[in-house]
Design a protein around this ligand. Sequence first.
Ligand SMILES: [Mg+2]
Ligand SMILES: [Zn+2]
Length: 167
Amino acid sequence: MRTCAKCGASVERLADCSMAMNLGDGEVHWCKKCLPTPSAELIIEELERFMSTVNKNSEEKSMNFTEYQAASKKTAIYPRESMFYPALGLAGEAGEVANKVKKVYRGDLTKAELKEALSKELGDVLWYVAALCDEMGLDMGEVAELNVKRLADRQARGALGGSGDDR
Ligand SMILES: [Mg+2]
Ligand SMILES: [Zn+2]
């Protein structure tokens, strides 16, 4: 059913719909009450408003790394007090990621299949990152934040292209 992006009223009938826009993922509609005379300015304004609600919703849906670490902890079944298990698991899952990419290179997997596969494999990588953070008493959210800060610092010093652990 087609509904107005602003008030939710049905715009199933052509007569009720003031504007329809195709945003790639599908059409978005506005009723005549919400968008009586869609001028170019009004259309842009409405689109920006609509996109900001879409972005806000998707932000609310995703979790931050601190929340993820807490959630993934509940499924951590391995010999505890062991940094080796998650470290080796992380290397193993990174290998699985590389293996999927290899299959595309070899022609055994399409790009779309790779995307689907990596949506799971990269999650496996994350799981072991979280487990290793746990073992080390690190907050995964803080690890991510520190990384962004270090990248920004490197960029500011014009050293982004170099190599080494402590640039
Ligand atoms: Mg895996
Ligand atoms: Zn409306």
